[in-house]
Design a protein around this ligand. Structure first.
Ligand code: NAD
Ligand code: DAU
Length: 353
């Protein structure tokens, strides 16, 4: 038995692979294109571990995926592979359409052919779990109830529109062909191995480098934050016992305005790594032009997952964010490697000088 994971060199995927192999001896085949967001250093602790098979490749390569499925005969596939950064999707949506929509389509086609050829028992047991986002539901007003699984899709960015399209394809492959799929829609993750183009790692990295902490608009946009290991445990739970064809929302019950996140990170750094000049890190906060079409608020109602499958997050925001800041302080070589090369080009393009 084995599972096939796509995008397992990225932020959430690599945390998932590491957690999976810490708890199980079931091998993981890890297919990743190694875009700027894929980083094999995340998986360095698995070097020499025969339970982890890394394969460099694209989910949109039908022949490659078909060959992998035939070779390893996995009992499940978990699809993390995607272009994931909203700001990049605004600068250039093309890669998002190619991977998130066309790539997911090719992946589904390869899986459909593989699954259709399995013996009865293996076909009944097979699962494809598609990892998606709360952003497909659009933006909430201040007093609106949190997103449930039946909210209509109203994606607002090229990123969320491409993820919405992929969710629809996954749903259609279940309804039309009977493919045994599961979909999870999760809120904002944070934790180890988070690429520093995203808010929380960007704040930590810029703080330590004495650089501005860029806050878009008024900083009052609200996100729900979930520690990445809790997202991984939710995926394991849904994979094990989720009802085929169902969607499960995953969230941390931690709605926070961005500015509160910024101040929390600054306060932790003031405590754990005070600035040499004794000034608080919050003096580095800089208000910058807002993200075009910026969604104001996301909130997740994760009661279905709790009531059906008994999942709740283990971390509070206070415990998770402390672990995260400590991880970045203790893993400066990882940070320094990520900050070299292409990352600098992105920062110059997006934030200017
Ligand atoms: P990430 O950008 O850190 O990693 C994506 C990974 O996918 C990288 O390793 C990249 O190399 C790989 N990849 C990209 N295109 C590929 C392709 N065509 N073929 C194979 N591999 C490819 O993303 P992440 O934050 O780890 O997100 C993983 C998944 O979870 C995505 O589907 C994302 O939409 C979803 N999600 C993310 C969050 C979050 O807060 N980060 C929240 C909810 C859902
Ligand atoms: O909600 C789930 C989504 O969360 C995932 O689907 C995406 O893959 C993931 O990137 C994340 O999207 P966001 O756009 O919410 O995350 P990001 O870290 O880019 O931004 C979080 C908030 O912080 C958002 O309101 C924009 C704001 N922000 C972000 C950056 C990078 C800033 O104010 N300044 C910044 O420099």
């Amino acid at each position: 038995m084995s599972i096939l994971v796509t995008g397992g060199a990225g932020f959430i995927g690599s945390n998932f692979v590491l957690d999976w192999l810490a708890q199980s001896d079931e091998p993981v085949i890890n297919l990743d294109k190694l875009t700027y967001a894929g980083n094999l250093e995340n998986l360095v602790s698995l070097r020499g571990d025969t339970r982890h098979v890394f394969v460099h490749g694209d989910i949109g390569d039908f022949d490659r995926v078909s060959q992998l499925l035939a070779e390893h005969q996995p009992r499940a596939l978990i699809n993390f592979a995607a272009e994931s950064h909203v700001d990049r999707s605004i600068h250039g949506p093309g890669d998002f359409i190619a991977t998130n929509i066309v790539g997911t389509f090719q992946l589904l086609e390869a899986v459909r052919a593989y699954w259709g050829g399995l013996a009865d028992e293996a076909r009944a047991d097979f699962r494809l779990l598609h990892v998606s986002t709360d952003e497909v539901y659009g933006s909430l007003g201040k007093d609106d109830p949190a997103f449930t699984e039946t909210n209509r899709y109203e994606p607002n960015s090229p990123y969320s529109a491409s993820k919405a399209a992929s969710d629809h394809l996954v749903r259609a492959y279940h309804h039309t062909y009977g493919l045994p799929v599961l979909t999870t829609n999760c809120s904002n993750n944070y934790g180890p191995y988070h690429f520093p183009e995203k808010l929380i790692p960007l704040l930590i990295v810029n703080s330590l480098a004495g650089k501005p902490l860029p806050v878009y608009g008024d900083g009052q946009q609200v996100r729900d934050w979930l520690y990445v290991k809790d997202h991984c445990s939710a995926i394991r739970r849904v994979l094990a016992d989720g009802r085929v064809g169902e969607t499960y929302n995953v969230g941390g019950w931690n709605e926070k305005p961005n500015l509160e996140i910024v101040h929390t990170v600054c306060a932790l750094l003031d405590e754990l790594r005070p600035r040499a000049d004794g000034q608080p890190y919050s003096t580095q906060i800089t208000y910058v032009t807002d993200r075009p079409g910026h969604d104001r608020r996301y909130a997740i109602d994760a009661r279905k997952l709790e009531q059906e499958l008994g999942w709740r997050p283990a971390e509070t925001f206070a415990s998770g964010i402390r672990k995260t800041v400590v991880w970045y302080l203790e893993n400066q070589p990882w940070v320094n490697n990520v900050l070299s090369g292409g990352y600098r080009d992105w920062v110059a393009k997006h934030y200017g000088n």
